[in-house]
Structure formats: structure tokens, C-alpha cells
Write a protein that binds this ligand. Sequence first.
Ligand code: WT7
Length: 674
Amino acid sequence: MPHSTDNNSAAQQQPDKKPEVVVHPVPSRLLDSQQCPTPHITSMDEYRRMWKESVEEPEKFFGNLARDILSWDKPFETVKHGSFDNGDVAWFLEGELNACYNAVDRHALKNPDKIAIIHEGDEPSNVRRITYGELYRDVCRMANVLKKLGVRRGDNVAIYMPMIPETLIATLACARIGAIHSIVFAGFSAESLLDRVADCGAHIVITSDEGRRGGRNIATKCIVDTALSRQEAHQVEHVIVYKRTGSEVPMMENRDLWWHEEMANARPICSYEKMSAEDPLFLLYTSGSTGAPKGIVHTTGGYLLGAAATVKYIFDVREDDIYACMADIGWVTGHSYILYGPLTLGATTVLFESTPTYPTPARFWELIDKHKVTQFYTAPTAIRALQRLGDKWVEQNDLSTLRVIGSVGEPINPEAWNWYNEKVGKGRCAVVDTYWQTETGSIIISPLPGCTPTKPGSATLPFFGIKPVLLDPSTGKVIEGPHQSGVLAISQAWPSMARSVYNNHSRFIETYLRPYPGYYFTGDGAMRDEDGYIWIQGRVDDVINVSGHRLSTAEIESALNTHESVAEAAVIGGHDDLTGQCIHAFVSVKPHIKATEGFDKELTLVVRKTIGPFAAPKRVYIVNAHPKTRSGKIMRRILRKIVNGEHDQLGDISTLADQTVVPSIIEAVHGIKQ
Ligand code: WT7
């Protein structure tokens, strides 16, 4: 089998290498009804009983949960359908519902003045509060605008916007009329945006004149214009532009429309489409080990249930909570944990436009203090960066409203976990290390705040409906015993799992269901300890995780290859104390070309421009040749070991076509002549 578990990014935190694992019980404050609302689940017995039912009788468990958490226009009859073998998983068939109705209407009807969104703008003084009633009316207006422009049920709409309420309004408007939204992270380059717009075939793109982040302007409209100037995006008929900064931007006649002008003429009432549970709700592009990014397809019923159920149980959210997820809406975390999860439960969601350090490293903590945040969710990279900047920034603020603090995106090292727990949670909050993926739709492995004892660095135990297994990568057999690494797979379908890759169902099956027949393959390596706790060890495929951003080595390599002087490029992920992993690129140049001074910077720029700034290699090494097998395959394992300082443990290199390239690569990386 193609996967090896020796290239993980988190090897340094394996408990078998660090035997002093500390177990943290649930903070007593959380279970004291004088101090906190009683968590939804307060004992491990209750969790185990519910988990057992969820995997043994999923029809009963999820049937009840779906009726309880969601509002249906037409009840479902078949709770669970299909199999991994056939690649035809479906949930809540015959059922009809609308995601926007669930996230907005039902709360607006009951409680129109309740705050749905708190927008913490880039400047701390710039705060907007939007009630469910206002959100309802604006979403209806936008839905009418889209309809007027010819958008129909099942059409794709691309959204390339910064972190402003209008982004959520546009997204919900799509859901309302049954259009499939494809949000593209506003940090992506014109080229990456073009790929996504072309693949999904959107006729409408929604953007802003500019974005604003960390005191700087981001040229969103200009990037859209560059992307749409290309033939591949010729199908786009209209671009709707929200005025965020007011800077002068060119508007193309007949194509570009101002958001405010369209909204001013639109009626604030618009009936919603009754969608079938399996109708796609959105596409979200993500990188894999090979080929172009995949448009992951999520459907209405199962996805919405997963998002809402995890917010309820893992963040223990109540209707009067102020829930703050710091992710970007362009990633799945933003979809599930800024938008759909909290709003479906009728909570208040915080939408954060800025960065953790703008204007000072106290920004997160001031935000929690100012808005009385009860749940806070961020990534290990941000935690590590803030930890480095010193405790004084945290200590100046009142964080006593917090009950649950979460981490997501990459393995969290115990040092960062402890700091988060002690300095931010003050030892009085549940720390939830939540493991999941774009494809899983919602969190699949995580502690529950009222019952799970935690171990720093472990995402702990499976959520309801999730049956994880570890598989031996060479035999595909299930690993039963504790303290052995394997590839992490899931052995039965759960409601919020992706259903397909857009326009390419066979790629979906090949990538996730074929590698280990009968299982969903996550792409991650993991270890299970004696308590059944899962320790995620990082990707086993050619995916690199930089600051929680998922990047494919193949994509970065092909960006480098677009440079005319490049003969061949190989990219690997190295360890980085701050960003988890970082990108190292090994590039050889064409014959008769000399790599001049600054060539590495030039190549870095190519990647920034082709993919986006977040994909820039940390180091570019110019090498004469790559270590290759006799059949011409680059042995990335060797590059990885050299970068991670393990060049004295390269293992068997006899399969290399030319072993003499190894010392020259060691020299390029470490400057040591062998
Ligand atoms: C990959 C998925 C879905 C959240 C944002 C990233 C890694 C995610 C954890 C965690 C260890 C984690 C995995 C996974 N990952 N959360 N708590 N512990 N690793 O979504 O871009 O689809 O990336 O992120 O490697 O496969 P994504």
C-alpha cells in the first residue's frame, strides 16, 4: 500500500516517546450549576452509551437527532442509505429542508431582535451587530437579487469575499434559493480563483471592492478581474461587488453590479426552496496529494446536522451563548463553525475580520472580554505565535465568560495546549482539540466538555456516529493493540461526510473509498493509546499542513515548474516550531542556465502568485539533481529526512539510481560537505 506513517509532522509528541502524559479531569466549575449551565453530557457512561447507540443503531440515533435539531419541510423516511463499497452514501432520503430556513428564519420568527452576528471589524472600534430579523431581511434581498440575475436551484455561485457580514448574507442567500455556493478563500491568487470558478462553472461571482485585514487593503475585486479576464471563466455573466473600503475600482459595464444598488431595489421577502436532504449545499475546494484541487460536495441535511450537532455537544453551545471561531469563512471551519453550526442553533456568532496581532497581540483576548465570548475556537499556529509574544497580553483581559476553548487544523503540541489551558482557559475551561477535515464536514474526533478527561496533544475520542480504526498501511488489516501507528480510517458512514468530488465521482471513490476497501481513508496517520485515545500524527500522503492551511506538494511543484528556468521541482514538508510544518522546495535548473543570486526569491514569488502568499516555500534549495529511483520517481522520503536533520539515518538508499546526489543535497540544506 502506498502510505507510510513515518513522515508525520507530530512525531515529537507521540506519547510513547513522551511517557509523562498528564490527564486533565473536567474542570469542576463546568459541572457546578451555580457557575455554569450544565453541559449536555456530564458523564463518560452517558457518552459511551450514546456513542454505542450512534454506531450500532445509527437510524434511531440520527433519526431522533435530526428531528430534534433541524426543522424539516417534509419528514425523511430512510435515515441511512448506501455504502462505502458502492460510494452512494445518503442520509435522510425523502426528507426536505432548507439550510437558510434552519439557520435564519426560524430564529428570526421567534426572536427577531436577538443578535445573530457580531462583526468585529479590522479596526477594533469597528463593530457591527446584526439581529436575526435584519439578517433575515438582507438574506431575502440578496436571494431576490440572485434570482433576478437568473440564478436557479442547483446553479453554482462563487463567493470571493473578506470576513464581513455580507459574505454570510451572500452564502445564506444561495442556500435559500437552492444555489450551490463555492466560497473561495480571499487569500487565493487570481489563478487559483480562476481554477475554482472554471471548475464549478459559476455564472455569478460575489466579491467586494477590497478587503481589509491587519490594517492593509486586499485587492479582491482586482483579483477577480484578473481571474475573469481569462477564457476559462467566460461563462461568468455578473460580478456583484460589495463596497467595503470605498477605494476606486473599475466596474465593467453590463457585467459588474454594486451590491448596495441591487439590494436597495430588492424586496426583503423571498420564499425559500424546499431542498431534498441530499441536494448539494456547497462545494469547497481542497488540495489532495495529486492533481487539481477537488470540489468537495456537501449536501443539505447530513451536513447541517453534523455542523449543528457538533456545536451543540462539542462546544456545548446554548442559545444565549456568544460563540467565536477565528477561522476564515473560506475554509471549512468557517463554513461549519462560524456560519452553519452556531446559526442553526440560534446562537450569536462572532465574525472576526482582522488578525491575532492587529493592532496588538491582545486582540483575541480583548475580543473575548469585549463581547463576553463563551466559546472560543482557533488554531495551534495562532496559539503558538501568541504564546511566544508573552503572557502579558492575555493577562490584561477578563476572560471569565469562557467555558470551552477549541483548537483545530493540525496537531497541537502539549506546550501550546498547556499554555492555552492555563493562560486562556485559566484551568477553568474545557479544552477541545478537534480533529476533522473538509471532507468530514464536521468534527469527528474530540473531547466533550462535560465528560472527557483530556490529554494534551490527543484529540481523544470519536464523536457520535464515528467508528475510527487504525489500519496497517502495508497489509490494510485493522490494528487492534494500543501504541501502534497506522493510517486512520473510518469504518461506517456518518451524516456530514462529503458525498462526492464535483463533476468527478470516480475521483471521490478513488481518493477516499478505494485505498482501503470498506473504509473512508482520512490521509492521516494516528496512534491509539491504552485508553482508546487517538493521537493524530499528521498526513501520510503528499499533503503539507502549514499553519492549518492544507497544501498539496504537487500543486506547489507545478507552480514552480511554470518558471522557465526550472527543470524539476520537488517539495516536502519540514517541521516548524511555529507553523507546524513549512515548505522546503528542491529545484534543479535547465541545462545552460545558471541560478543567479535571488533566484530562490524569484521562485518563492512564483508560488505566491500562482497559489497565494500562504503557500510560499520557507526555503528553496537549488540542487543539481534529485534523489530518484531507477524508474525515475523522486524519493521525497530522503529529502524529508535531510531537512529534518536525520541525514545519518537515511535508511536503505540502494534503490537510488545515483547515490552521489545525496551528499550534494545535504550540503545544499545544511552547508556541510560530506
Ligand atoms: C487536515 C484537514 C477541518 C479543520 C481545518 C482543516 C489536519 C485538522 C486536526 C487536529 C491533528 C488535524 C489533519 C487533517 N487536522 N485538525 N485537531 N489534530 N490534525 O481542514 O484543510 O481539510 O485539513 O488537517 O491532517 O487531515 P482541512
